[in-house]
Ligand binder design. Structure first.
Ligand code: ADP
Ligand code: MG
Length: 141
């Protein structure tokens, strides 16, 4: 599925709708360059799960946990990870094979340890279509 958005709000709303439908154990692997809108999408998805507290990027902690929604939400940002062994240290597998909803920003950096089934969300710019244009491709594996 491909969606095109032309504002932060539209990307947030796409995330929101996906969060409303997300099931236990689902993993979202977000791909895309810095500043493309991964965290905007994540904030929408969290709101769709019923999470009201603000979502901050877990860049220095790798994972941020939210328990107040319809399902637990595990928000990973692996941008600064040194190696996949750091994921073991934070209990990565307990989260992604758990009952909550997991979302991983920069998932391509831990490609080798993604679970067999996940939803890939790839966000891309196309400057010819404007600064705020985003092409969001969603694919199930
Ligand atoms: P990332 O997490 O991928 O590094 P962020 O979500 O933090 O990126 O930031 C995305 C930036 O792009 C925000 O400043 C947002 O306002 C801007 N933006 C502009 N157009 C869009 C769009 N269509 N979708 C999402 N964000 C957009
Ligand atoms: Mg981000």
């Amino acid at each position: 599925m491909v969606r095109e958005t032309v504002s932060e709000k539209e990307t947030y709303e796409l995330g929101f709708h996906i969060g409303q439908k997300a099931g236990a154990g689902q993993v979202y692997a977000l791909l895309g360059d810095l500043g493309v809108g991964k965290t905007v999408f994540t904030k929408g998805l969290a709101a769709g799960l019923g999470i009201q507290e603000p979502i901050s990027s877990p860049t220095f902690t790798i994972v941020q946990i939210y328990e107040e929604g319809r399902l637990p939400f595990y928000h990973f940002d692996v941008y600064r990870i040194g190696g996949v062994e750091e994921m073991d240290e934070i209990g990565y597998e307990d989260y992604i094979y758990g009952e909550g909803v997991s979302l991983i920003e920069w998932a391509d950096l831990i490609e080798d340890i993604l679970p067999p089934h996940y939803t890939e969300v790839r966000i891309e710019k196309d400057l010819e279509k404007g600064f705020d244009y985003r092409r969001i491709s969603i694919c199930e594996y």
